[in-house]
Write a protein of this length. Structure first.
Length: 280
């Protein structure tokens, strides 16, 4: 199978490495608006060749969109118009509702499979690509009833060969739950980084004193705004909902500290510890 990866950064590059190593694809074509990224992806043997979108589309069995959601919304209509029988288009975006609304009712809708691998790091670009990034992680497939059986089978087989778990959701359900477990983590990390940078004027002190706890909490603040602003934009209502609740929890803790109510604070932390039963 010949696969095209549109976007040769962290997710696209990691997918390219895994598809080749697992024998899912025999040849990987890279497409990227950055010539530097494309050249670097070739140097790192992430892709076999770089090509234009038009050229790659004519030669590919599987086309994977691994670019920010705003870019997906621009590129996907062209792909949908030109896709041929037997070809499969797949995206790996972090929001799904806006993308699936875009392709709803398209005569070639069945050739598209909406997916979201729940995996990643805080780094970006071809150098961030990681081998086996997806092993034992979850792939969410959305609104699969609208994908052709053979297109869905190609993606499901790929997910199996990448040693991932498969979860099926509708787009609204996906966007709601990712706001709770992914998007809020990132926006909180950005806010924490800004808080520390604002309060701690001596950056050397941050470096000297930052321990594992701070590093793990603020790690996501290294993530690219090119990726995350479109996610917050297109999942705005769900992010605002969970952000309101997060602010309420912070306000409650602030009030307890102001009132020196450490017994209630203790019980709140105890309650939060229940997450251990879910995340082991």
């Amino acid at each position: 199978m010949i696969a095209t990866i549109i976007g040769t950064g962290l997710i696209g590059g990691s997918l390219a490495l895994s598809l080749k190593e697992k024998g899912v694809a025999s040849h990987i074509i890279g497409v990227d608006q950055s010539p530097e990224h494309l050249e670097r992806a070739k140097e790192l043997h992430i892709i076999d060749e770089g090509a234009s979108l038009e050229d790659a589309l004519t030669r590919s069995d599987l086309i994977i969109l691994a670019i920010p959601v705003d870019a997906v919304l621009k590129v996907l209509p062209t792909l949908m118009d030109k896709v041929k029988p037997g070809q499969v288009i797949m995206d790996v975006g972090s929001t799904k509702n806006i993308i699936l609304q875009l392709v709803a009712g398209h005569p070639n809708r069945g050739r598209f499979v909406a997916a979201h691998p729940m995996a990643g790091t805080e780094y970006s670009g071809p150098d961030a690509a990681v081998r086996n990034l997806f092993a034992n992680k979850t792939m969410v497939l959305c609104d699969v009833k609208n994908s052709d059986d053979d297109a869905l089978e190609v993606v499901e087989n790929m997910v199996d060969q990448l040693q991932m778990r498969t979860v099926y959701m509708n787009a609204e359900e996906h966007d709601l739950h990712t706001a709770y477990v992914s998007h809020i983590s990132h926006i909180t990390s950005f806010a924490l980084a800004l808080t520390v940078l604002k309060k701690e004027k001596e950056q050397g002190r941050i470096f000297e004193l930052a321990s594992g706890g701070f590093e793990s909490t603020v790690r996501l603040a290294k993530s690219s705004p090119d990726m995350w602003v479109p996610i917050f934009k297109h999942n705005r209502s769900n992010v605002l909902d969970v952000l309101d609740e997060h602010i309420n929890q912070l306000q409650q803790m602030k009030t307890l500290l102001e009132e020196e109510d450490y017994d209630t604070f203790y019980k709140l932390i105890q309650k939060s510890n229940k997450i251990r039963k879910i995340l082991k």
